[in-house]
Design a protein around this ligand. Structure first.
Ligand code: C5P
Length: 322
């Protein structure tokens, strides 16, 4: 890219990773914890590579952001089903004109993007990512906080009592069996998402709090796998891609910050922690490398914005026809 320096190339593959990370990724590619069923012949043929607009259409037509509602089985039979919001998320929130998805990447440090991020109509953040003390770089507005079941369950996040989670609408997800069967998932969650959900709702009954239907994670996983020439990790996509698709369902235009690393690219995992690990940016458990390849292809903003701001621009699903 010459004067632009290095930016994400949309053909990243596990062979380009360092030795240690490549091993970890290969392990996950061989492991199949969630029972993914996809015949090998699916990978065999190297299909025609879709253009950005073609990919956007696939995402729009084949991934639907569905949340659990009280009448869905088996929840309908449980006394706590009434804690679930009666209407699905996509009917309750938005539509918004312009939105920001703030990855938690270490490269947000010293970005000075806070003002720009806060100028959006809605801002999505992930897991335990704070704003207090980091306003200059990440802003202070939180419209949606997208959290995984691990954050809800692990002792050190103090999910039930920390004020971090009390602003914005919460949306939680948990890696589920590939079947996306709600009964099967209910008996086999990765972390106790339902127990924690019920507890949180009792403590904060006024806050809107959704649970993502697991079909969303696997529909999205299929889009990533079907558009890659090699087998990807058989684990759900990262929160980053899930949150991005969620906002594409609510907004006219979505700006994603530091998902594709800018010139500030660093091995620092999160902007709010000292911990360093290249796996945070390149993926280990999640097929993150491949997710980034697709986001690069779908980007409608200039490459220069990636380099300087770590900014990608994606159109909302309601703004284009297929
Ligand atoms: O680590 P966590 O899942 O909370 O971060 C939110 C999302 O931000 C990740 O799922 C990933 O998509 C993205 N991320 C990234 N690079 C990093 C850290 C996070 O792309 N270094």
């Amino acid at each position: 890219h010459g004067a632009l320096g290095e930016i994400w190339d949309d053909e990243m593959s596990s062979t380009m990773l360092g030795k240690r990370l490549r091993k970890v990724v290969q392990n996950y590619q061989a492991m199949n914890k969630y029972g993914v069923q996809l015949s090998d012949s699916k990978f065999a043929a190297r299909r025609h590579k879709l253009s950005g607009p073609e990919l956007l259409c696939q995402f729009k037509e084949m991934v639907q952001v569905i949340t659990l509602t009280p009448e869905m089985k088996p929840f309908a039979g449980f006394p706590w089903a009434s804690q679930l919001p009666p209407r699905p998320l996509t009917l309750e929130l938005g539509p918004f004109k312009t939105c920001a998805v703030v990855s938690s990447a270490g490269s947000l440090r010293n970005s000075g993007l806070g003002k720009e991020i806060d100028a959006h109509d809605a801002v999505l953040r992930f897991n335990c990512a704070p704003t207090v003390g980091f306003e200059k770089d990440v802003g202070s507005k939180t419209t949606v906080r997208f959290i995984n079941s691990q954050v809800m369950a692990s002792e050190d996040h103090h999910f039930l009592s920390s004020s971090l989670y009390s602003t914005g609408v919460l949306v939680a997800w948990d890696p589920a069996p590939y079947s996306s069967d709600l009964n099967e998932w209910y008996n086999k969650t990765d972390y106790p998402i339902f127990k924690q959900y019920q507890r949180y709702r009792r403590l904060h009954p006024q806050q809107l709090f959704y649970i993502l239907h697991p079909i969303v994670e696997w529909q999205l996983w299929r889009r990533v796998q079907d558009n890659m020439a090699e087998p990807i990790q058989k684990n759900p996509p990262s929160s980053g891609l899930l949150g991005t698709v969620l906002m594409m369902s609510l907004c006219d235009v979505v700006h994603v910050y530091e998902f594709l690393p800018s010139r500030r690219k660093t091995e620092l995992c999160h902007y709010y922690q000292r911990f360093t690990d290249a796996a945070c940016t390149l993926g280990a458990y999640h097929p993150l490398l491949y997710e980034k390849n697709l986001v690069k292809r779908m980007n409608q903003g200039p490459d220069r914005d990636i380099y300087t701001h770590g900014r990608v621009r994606l159109p909302g699903f309601s703004t284009f026809n297929c």
